[in-house]
Write a protein that binds this ligand. Structure first.
Ligand code: PRX
Length: 637
């Protein structure tokens, strides 16, 4: 019996038991399935009090050999990446494992020729084209640390991240297509680099061929650099032999403070965990076409477009566009065109497509689908059933996968067709994952069907190791709320069968269309707008996005045109963070409900944004209770 693949309910229980009783033995057996230059003997060292976790610490490897080289003999001609362009009229591309191997090596040579080396931080800001995957893997090939930034972030967000990581290299595109939009990526990078003189090289890949500036001595074209290495006859790069605990990538994510943090993942544990979770949760079988609709700028794309599937030798479909362009049938056209077997998307996409009715689905051949997945936010019952009925035709298990940027891979999920699904429940922990619920005092909640805060009591290989450049912050954020436990920031309940239902964040983090946005970050951005005195941002239920952003703003320009000021504020937020953080509603107020010590009572603001006017809780401790009535009267619908 394979220790890797879970093929029955009994095996799930058995693997789970083993993983808890003897994690070292369990993960050593899983890790033995990979290609190591030096097999690890030292499997796990850990300490949550002074957060220090090391998996496979004496192991040596290169992750790209596991994603590419080891597949060449058996499936060199199997498609590794299928790329579907934004415009359905444009030709798609297929890169076999041989092709991808060649291209990754070539670009790794380019990076080396440009002076990049092991340990360097390389920022990647590109659209969803195969060169993005190639760039990521080429970094890993030479041992450089990639930091992919989602194409929707602004110049200011990019420069903050570049400075934090002290990245000397940037890889970008002239522009990116997303639906009807042509996004000026290089222009944004140029603005970002004004504050980053330490960036010595920008490699620009051609996609939209919009006019861009190319700065002499700093900017070079991807295509020219490839020609140079071809002329020099440079082919395969000897993969850098890395320690399992060397850093693979940094991915910035929002927390409850104003400053995003660089979540750091290391090579060995991340590789083992993403691959193990990919194969098991989706019950991947050789030959399956896997379509994860996420962007590689987020953790889902890292783990389940790239590393997890490629390590498994799977065919991963990468889509440049959006689900609703040229029309709302795009996903279903893609499923039909490539006979997709596994579809992994977000509740927000499902809810948005639900709104377009069945016209775009009827008549499309979705019979290849075997497994449907969701990720990123709680899925409501209606969306779950719609997905199950209309897309899966009640014949494809729906896996609701709960995890986080910090966890590296899926943590709580049903295993397709093996453990039971339960609508709105992420269900059971994967082997190696030990969740528990605690009350606000950190006391474990033993009884079921009670809300609690979701924690983990032991490490798993895919967990973050630090936040870049600030280990104290990492300890404080994840390990100090409940000493001895990793705190997820999520609330959850558990039913009598042990199934977990994630109810959402319990901290000041919003989840808008599956994207994490810190309220403090949005407030900081709003407050930068001239005339804004103060602001408070909360979430409210939104039919498509899951949560919308509601901002209460004190603005001193009371004489001005309110609508214009609102638009100016949106523009400011777009400049400071990016369009993804734009508030859906901005209400101008003369004051905010504060306690006598000056703390904003967000609880009250949240209730008002949700439409509650009566049960606002105790308002007697407020400095100026009158302000609450004013806010209720002015509430935006
Ligand atoms: O609140 C949880 C929610 O998304 C958060 C993690 O966001 P991020 O790091 O951006 O990663 C998203 C993709 C893994 C979690 O703290 N979340 C994620 N998946 C689910 C979910 N909430 C409910 N159900 C899920 N399946």
């Amino acid at each position: 019996m394979s220790v890797f693949k879970i093929s029955s309910l009994e095996q799930y229980h058995q693997q789970y038991r083993e993983s808890v009783e003897n994690p070292e033995k369990f993960w050593a057996r899983i890790a033995a399935h990979f290609h190591w230059h030096k097999q690890p003997k030292n499997i796990l060292e850990w300490n949550f009090d002074n957060f220090d976790v090391k998996w496979f610490r004496d192991g040596e490897l290169n992750i790209t050999e596991n994603c590419l080289d080891r597949h060449l003999a058996d499936r060199g001609e199997t498609p590794a990446l299928i790329w579907e362009p934004n415009d359905p009229e444009e030709h798609h591309r297929v890169l076999t494992y041989n092709d991808l191997h060649e291209k990754v090596n070539q670009f790794a040579q380019v990076l080396k020729q440009n002076g990049a080396k092991k340990g360097d931080r390389i920022c990647i800001y590109m659209g969803m084209i195969p060169e993005l995957a190639i760039a990521v893997l080429a970094c890993a090939r030479i041992g450089a640390i990639h930091s992919v930034i989602f194409g929707g972030f602004s110049a200011k967000s990019i420069s903050d991240r570049l400075q934090d990581a002290q990245a000397a290299y940037v890889i970008t595109c002239d522009g990116a297509y997303r639906g009807a939009k042509d996004i000026p990526l290089k222009e944004v990078i140029d603005d970002a680099l004004i504050a980053c003189p330490f960036v010595k090289r920008v490699i620009v890949c051609t996609r939209t061929r919009r006019p861009i500036s190319m700065i002499k001595g700093r900017d070079v074209w991807w295509e020219d650099e490839i020609k140079k290495v071809e002329t020099l006859g440079l082919k395969n790069v000897h993969p850098e032999v890395m320690n399992a605990e060397d850093e693979l990538f940094i991915l910035y994510t929002s927390g409850s403070t104003g400053k995003p943090k660089g979540v750091v993942h290391t090579i060995g544990g991340y590789m083992v965990y993403t691959n193990y979770s990919f194969v098991n949760v989706f019950q991947y079988k050789p030959g399956d076409v896997h379509f994860c609709t996420a962007d590689i700028g987020w953790i889902t794309g890292h783990s389940y477009i790239l590393y997890g599937p490629l390590c498994a030798g799977a065919t991963s479909l990468m889509f440049e566009g959006i689900p609703t362009w040229p029309d709302a049938g795009r996903f279903w056209d893609i499923v039909e065109k490539y006979q997709v077997n596994i579809l992994y998307t977000a509740p927000t996409a499902i809810r948005s497509l639900m709104g377009f009715g069945m016209d775009h689905i009827t008549g499309k051949d979705l019979s290849s689908l075997k497994v449907l997945g969701t990720v990123g936010e709680p899925i409501n019952e209606e969306a779950w059933h719609w997905y199950d009925n209309n897309i899966g035709k009640n014949n494809s298990p729906v896996v609701d996968t709960w995890w986080q940027t910090e966890t590296g891979g899926i943590m709580i999920s049903n295993i397709a067709g093996i453990t039971s699904a339960k609508p709105t429940f992420a269900t059971l922990p994967l082997p190696g994952v030990q969740p528990l619920l605690v009350d606000e005092n950190g006391v474990e909640i033993i009884e079921n069907n009670v809300s609690g805060n979701l924690c983990m009591r032991a490490p798993w290989p895919g967990m973050l190791r630090t936040t870049y450049g600030d280990h104290e912050r990492c300890k404080k954020t994840y390990f100090s709320t409940y000493p001895g436990l990793y705190f997820t920031g999520d609330g959850a309940t558990r039913d009598d069968e042990g199934n977990y239902r994630i109810t959402g964040r319990v901290d000041d983090v919003l989840n808008v269309s599956g994207h994490r946005i810190g309220t403090a970050e949005v407030e900081n951005a709003i407050n930068m707008h001239a005339g804004v005195v103060e602001s408070a941002v909360v979430g409210y239920p939104h039919d498509v996005k899951g949560q919308g952003i509601y901002a209460y703003v004190i603005d001193e320009n009371t004489h001005g045109d309110e609508e214009l000021t609102r638009r100016d504020i949106l523009q400011t937020v777009t400049r400071i963070i990016g369009a993804i953080a734009k508030p859906d509603k901005i209400q101008f107020v003369s004051g905010l409900p504060k306690t006598r010590s000056g703390k904003i009572m967000r609880r009250i603001l949240r209730k008002i944004a949700e439409g509650e006017t009566q049960n606002l809780g105790d308002t007697s401790t407020l400095l100026d209770p009158g302000v609450v009535d004013e806010i209720i009267k002015g509430k935006l619908v």
